[in-house]
Design a protein around this ligand. Structure first.
Ligand code: PMP
Length: 465
């Protein structure tokens, strides 16, 4: 590790953290007797903690974010140069990086045309929700305000995005939620028995899961439903790819009932699954695509709500109406650090062939995890695409009863002790966080992939025998 922090300095940092920092998604009681982990440095796929311990990061900064890896000097240089030239100007004024980044991004998204820049995935989704609501008022006399979302999907931490949240574990104790967000069933083949559909084949289930969306639309009244918001591959809900037959039917349903399709690419976007965006695997034609994490790989806080020209046109057609345009602002949407970092991030993904690497390394990791499933009966299912993979742990392959969160925690902790940081997800219901989650940076090598899987192998042997 370069630039070691002196021992007394770091103990001060730890004490300051323990005294004043409220960590995200963390129960703080254990810090009364132990220390939080503080990551002090990163390079490529590796990070170092306050004690100088080195880790191979298999989760891109914890939550699928640092797609191009740590320590990218060209991003830092581009941000620095831009900040001393022009750091910020908001509202109707544009910026050079804003224009150039938007142009480059849209190149990767045929059929889409407009980029609304904001700060976080939650906020990008809220922008889409507001546009959908405004369209309902402008075009449909205040009907079509309902937004459908799916069981197990997650769209953010704000109250409106939680109102579209399909993970009951996350939502518990934070209600009441906003009206006119309506849940549709999930499309998780591994747990189709929970919907009473275990007798269906994969493709039959895919179609049935999409048909279930139509049932909800008919129940609610198609004239009241404005949009359907889905993750292309569900992330925090358990790394879930829809079965064959699902997406064409979803597209057909949206067209049939004049429903806008909003795809949440906050996790899958920017190469994570081997294509620029997850929806591009399935031939989907979205009206909105939201993205965040990998947009600038965590080098700056930037997220985007991208729409097609059909949507954009609706906001300029009645120029004489003072309420006719999108009356929304995001103060920090005017920061230039975001788009300049994002532009360089796009260049890196392209020039270094990271989409191809993701596909190749993803296949290797999938094969490794499937081999582990042959050895460890506790792995009930291995799934995902590209470098976005999960392994669901169950007590019994027949009943699919999840292992305990404590057991999953022990696997994650043992990997950590071996110097590999992995994650766990599937926050659908309390007590069901039973899916090991892997999302290394898109620069991962064969050695990195093998080392991650070796650590998991050792940890599973230790925890489950
Ligand atoms: N959508 C999805 C699919 C996510 O996984 C997340 C964050 N994990 C969000 C939206 C919210 O993004 P943020 O935390 O940047 O608000």
């Amino acid at each position: 590790m370069d630039g070691q922090i002196k021992e007394n300095d770091i103990s001060h940092v730890v004490e300051a953290d323990k005294a004043h920092v409220w960590h995200h998604l963390t129960q703080h009681k254990p810090f009364e007797t132990g220390d939080p982990r503080i990551i002090v440095e990163g390079k490529g796929m590796k990070v170092w903690d306050q004690n100088g311990k080195e880790y191979l990061d298999a989760v891109s900064g914890g939550v699928w974010t640092v797609n191009v890896g740590y320590g990218r000097e060209t991003i830092a240089d581009a941000v620095r140069d831009q900040l001393v030239k022009m750091n910020y100007f908001a509202a109707s004024a544009g910026s050079i990086p804003g224009a150039l980044f938007s142009e480059k991004l849209i190149e990767k998204m045929p059929g889409m045309s407009r980029v609304y820049i904001t700060n976080s995935g939650s906020e990008a989704n809220e922008k889409a929700f507001k546009m959908i609501r405004q369209i309902a008022h402008k075009r449909y006399g205040g009907k079509k305000t309902k937004i459908l979302y799916r069981d197990r999907d997650y769209h953010g931490s704000t109250l409106a995005t939680m109102s579209a949240g399909g993970q009951d574990e996350r939502n518990a104790q934070y209600g009441p939620f906003a009206p006119d967000f309506i849940r549709v069933p999930h499309c998780m083949e591994y747990r189709k028995h929970e919907l009473g559909l275990e007798h269906l084949s994969g493709a039959e289930f895919g179609r049935a899961a999409a048909d279930a969306i139509e049932d909800v639309i008919l129940r609610e009244g198609p004239e009241t439903v404005g949009a359907l918001c889905l993750e292309p591959i569900t992330a925090g809900g358990g790394v879930i790819e829809a079965p064959e037959g699902y997406w064409p039917r979803v597209q057909e349903i949206c067209e049939k009932y004049d429903i806008l399709l909003h795809i949440d690419e906050v996790v899958c976007g920017l190469g994570r699954t081997g294509t620029w965006f997850g929806y591009q695997h399935y031939g989907i034609k979205p009206d909105f695509v939201t993205m965040a994490k990998g947009v600038a790989s965590g080098y700056a806080a930037i997220a985007c709500c991208v729409s097609n020209e059909r949507v954009f046109d609706m906001f300029k057609e009645d120029a004489s109406d003072p309420l006719g345009y999108f009356r929304d602002i995001s103060t920090f949407g005017g920061c230039t650090a975001g788009p300049v970092a994002a532009l360089e991030n796009l260049r890196i993904i392209e020039d270094e062939g990271l989409l191809e690497n993701t596909t190749k390394m993803g296949e290797r990791m999938l094969a490794n995890l499937n081999a582990l499933a042959e050895k460890h009966a506790v792995i009930g299912d291995v799934r995902g695409k590209g470098l976005f993979l999960g392994a669901e742990l169950v007590k019994d392959r027949e009943t699919k009863e999840p292992v305990t969160e404590a057991e999953v925690g022990a696997v994650v902790a043992d990997c950590g002790a071996q110097g590999v940081i992995i994650g766990a997800t599937n926050r659908s219901l309390p007590g069901r966080n039973n899916t090991l989650c892997f999302s290394p940076a898109l620069i991962a090598t064969e050695q990195d992939i093998d080392r991650i899987c070796e650590a998991v192998d050792n940890a599973l042997t230790k925890v489950f025998g």
